[in-house]
Design a binder for this molecule. Sequence first.
Ligand SMILES: Cc1ncc(COP(=O)(O)O)c(C=O)c1O
Length: 383
Amino acid sequence: MAISRRSLLLGTAGASLLANGCQSSLTAAKTEAKGAFPANFPNNELLGPQVGQARLSFNENPYGPAPSAQRMIEYAGKKGAYYPLGASRKLSRMIAERHGLEPENVVISAGSAEALSATALLYGQQGPIVTPRLFFDVTVMYAQRLGLAEIQRVELTSDMNMDLAAIEKQVSAETGLVQLCNPNNPTGIMHDHQSLRRAVQRMSKITTVVIDEAYMELVDEPEKNSCIDMIKESDNIIIARTFSKIYGLAGLRIGYLLAAEETASKIRSAVMSWTSAPALAAAIGCYNDDQFLQYSKSKILMAREMTVDAITNAGFEALPSQTNFIFFKTGKHANDVQAAFKEKNILISGQYMDYSEWSRVSMGRLEDVEQFCSALPEVVASV
Ligand SMILES: Cc1ncc(COP(=O)(O)O)c(C=O)c1O
């Protein structure tokens, strides 16, 4: 058999592929060489905090994605040509199994925000949405902006907790939806479980109630404090969960709602898109990764303790947080405090509604939180 120069270079298989005119691998290599590479963005301007920046403004978990998720993201990337049907079914089954539910009870969406927005659109058209004055209001505001919902906000208690008694008073047969957030964002406060359950039980006899549990995995006793089991009792209770917080997948965009089958199906029909394959694969990879979850939680708790100490030592009030962020009162304007921190390359939140003297800081990488803590007294004094 004659050995050509080409088969010496490529091997026999490579030579025969070329001989057959199958040049796709070479074409792919050329296309790839023309595309973008992470090295083209050395200051991280595309994704994540810029180099040297302490990003403490979005309640992310910078220790994610877990290696278990990263493996699956790589795998999903390679299968990116295909719609991710099997992955969606698998994740629904995994989530359902943990809670003694059926996959039909699970609505997966691009971040919990997508399914929460769909819920606000659907139920907001049936009547006003009753909420605490301060909570994660992005999704109900979305429905409001489209003219499909009116929001009725109920004042917080004097200690900045949701005022459930006042919320219940506001609820009537005309109410389209009640939306609660527990623990609440931006306050970080977790409501007493038993009184929350009782109030939700009563309100769900009159209207539909959403409890957004985005941060529930971070609280002291997540199982005891969750209301997920309540969806077995009533078609009118919806629970929201996300992979953006302790799971560290915020950039992949994946979350879910849990509800009775008919309710879930109604919301699923209003969700606008499909969740991406890398997001589903990542979630499947790390959903049961207890080692990663415990590691993340331990880092967050360490950061929280350090931050509460720094805030109180500086003479400011910090609300009792069960989450990966702390709401604290400096007495200075929150937007000015935010700007002063930004000068030092530390990002925190600005003003919420008219709570102008309150700031929110997230628990990021420990070294970033340390930077925030040591800068705090000087930065606030400079405002
Ligand atoms: C309470 C709460 N719910 C929902 C979300 C939305 O998260 P995602 O759409 O990333 O799941 C957030 C994001 O910060 C949040 O704080």
